[in-house]
Design a protein around this ligand. Sequence first.
Ligand SMILES: Nc1ncnc2c1ncn2[C@@H]1O[C@H](COP(=O)(O)OP(=O)(O)OP(=O)(O)O)[C@@H](O)[C@H]1O
Ligand SMILES: Nc1ccn([C@@H]2O[C@H](COP(=O)(O)O)[C@@H](O)[C@H]2O)c(=O)n1
Ligand SMILES: [Mg+2]
Length: 241
Amino acid sequence: MWKRATSSLKSLLSFHITQEGSKLNNAFHCHRFISGSPLHFQEKDVVSPKHMDSVITFVLGGPGSGKGTQCARIVETFGFKHLSAGDLLRKEMVSDSEYGAMILETIREGRIVPSAVTVRLILREMQYGDNRKFLIDGFPRSEENRIAFEHITGTEPDFVLFFDCPEEEMVKRVLSRNQGRIDDNIDTIKKRLKVFEALNLPVIDHYARRGRLHRINAVGTEDEIFEQVRPVFAACEQTAA
Ligand SMILES: Nc1ncnc2c1ncn2[C@@H]1O[C@H](COP(=O)(O)OP(=O)(O)OP(=O)(O)O)[C@@H](O)[C@H]1O
Ligand SMILES: Nc1ccn([C@@H]2O[C@H](COP(=O)(O)O)[C@@H](O)[C@H]2O)c(=O)n1
Ligand SMILES: [Mg+2]
């Protein structure tokens, strides 16, 4: 299980995002344009993982389903590196980035930031440090996110966690989160829930069909939920040993 496709590095280094006719290129050309320039990758932007033996776990679920909370427990118990796509975007938003204003507006509206920005931030972060076990939280949020990542890295996640939570519970949790997030208000939450259903559920279905999805009932105490998560990672550790 702790394996990585051997084609990853090769794909990352040789893939030309602007190459005519490539699937990824087609995906990126669906993006809207910013300041007259297409939001797309160029070869120089593509960063490769240092090693080929990385473990990649995607962590999915609606807003407030408890992804970040459970990721902290997984980090503590199984030593993964936690990369939250939302956190990376918020960090980019307050930096000098040319995409700052676009990210702010997109998050405020509960929409999805183009993959060219998000995948680049994730891959950049994967370069730092020696930990090769990644929890990628809140990504992929759309089929377009998924296809971009899989084409750029030439690989699929080892497995995917889905925190399945009723809407009412998610709304309650987000409204009492109190972390000053610009999207933690009822109007944006309603939009995020619609986007989750329209764009993220198809990704979840995709990984279920691929046999990579672990559905977690996200209702209960944090401890109760972690007891469903634990065996997924414990089994993977055993396979690796
Ligand atoms: N099992 C739980 N029961 C009650 N509250 C919880 C539970 N798990 C997490 N919370 C709380 O719910 C809020 C949302 O949790 P968290 O930030 O982990 O969700 P998330 O899935 O990462 O959300 P988002 O996608 O908006 O980032 C937090 O305030 C957290 O403390
Ligand atoms: N792959 C992603 C992940 C997030 N976003 C945007 O960030 C917002 C907050 O994300 P959280 O995971 O912290 O809830 C989200 O609503 C999106 O606007 C994104 O575009 N793409
Ligand atoms: Mg979160």
